[in-house]
Design a protein around this ligand. Sequence first.
Ligand code: NDP
Ligand code: MG
Length: 390
Amino acid sequence: MIQNVTILGATGTIGLQTLDVMSQHPERFRAFALTANANVQKLFELCEAYSPQYAVMLQEAAAAQLEVKLKAIGSATKVLQGIEALNEVAAHKQVHVVMAAIVGAAGLHPAMAAAKAGKRILLANKETLVMAGNLFMQAVAEGGATLLPIDSEHNAIFQVMPQQRAEHLSDMGVKRVLLTASGGPFKNSRMEELHSVTKAQALNHPNWVMGPKITIDSATMMNKGLEVIEAHWLFNAAPEQIDVVVHPQSIIHSMVEYIDGSVLAQLGNPDMRTPIAYGLGYPDRLQSGVSSLDLLKIGHLDFFSPDQARFPCLRLAYDALKVGGTAPAILNAVNEVAVEAFLAEKIGFMEIAATIESVLNSASIEQVVSVEQLVATDAEARRMAAHCLS
Ligand code: NDP
Ligand code: MG
């Protein structure tokens, strides 16, 4: 049976790579709905190429423009607009698979909608788990959804965990999970240099081509911090069961250590089409277009311990996870505001972590009870961050 796929964030780097893998298997997958925020031209081109049933844009003016352009070419794609429409195409009864690849907290609502509707969810949007891990995992269980992690580290861990899942890691003989980190462009920079690095330097990731937000997160190592929280929810791992090791080649995507001393790893070229193909095909393996790993060319693999003094974001994320409640949602919201300010060249690189720390120190942390509460927490944290930066 052909699978109908909704891609939330179709115009982004993950969205485009998902379409690339799908188009290698036209007999298995069809683009049902493609969504974007405001990039009319890109979504128009995707509609022309893939003829989805629906195209959704968050921005009203953008949706109107897209509609005009599609009409002019006689396209049958229906254009919808707004957050409710994103939720609708994520939960639509004709949809089998939802790729959640919106960037940031904006991805939460449609991912929740897909979970409640019991879809196969390919989760790239790690911010959903950081903000609302317990509520999202609960919605997945209650909705009968299948959750497949797309973040390369979590996809690697998923691949090397026992197929028969138990509730606790110890019941599966797992001692800990090891997340690998590339270290980003500044892994060898001195502390004094980090204060004056530029946006262009921070956007120049050594191994991965990604959207601007996650690229900056990789440079500060907040990306790894968010991934620690993501691993906690996905694998029910306590903070002390999650370790981070810097591995600059990004060939080992992550590892699981068992109590007998075995360490299982998943390796491959750093190309997101591997985890995307895994999520689309699971439990089958699909061609992804990724080239074979040439270990002889790579020659050696290196490992370092992360430097928490130069990369305080990693510590801040571990701390937020340990505090729990709304702390990770606050961390995430302030990070988004600070990264945006850095990308707008309004603040320096090290101010990202300083802003997060300052807001986390003064915000009140509550127990998480509802998505509405988290939305309010997110807004308040953004307000505090903006105040801190003004
Ligand atoms: P991009 O910035 O490349 O793409 C983001 C997508 O989300 C675009 O389609 C964008 O639309 C859309 N979007 C942005 N803001 C909103 C909004 N407010 N409402 C609805 N849609 C919105 O990001 P990436 O593809 O790099 O990352 C997507 C997610 O996947 C992130 O959570 C990231 O952490 C995660 N991830 C990414 C990896 C990667 O290799 N890129 C690896 C692992 C995880 P428009 O084009 O109109 O702006
Ligand atoms: Mg990752």
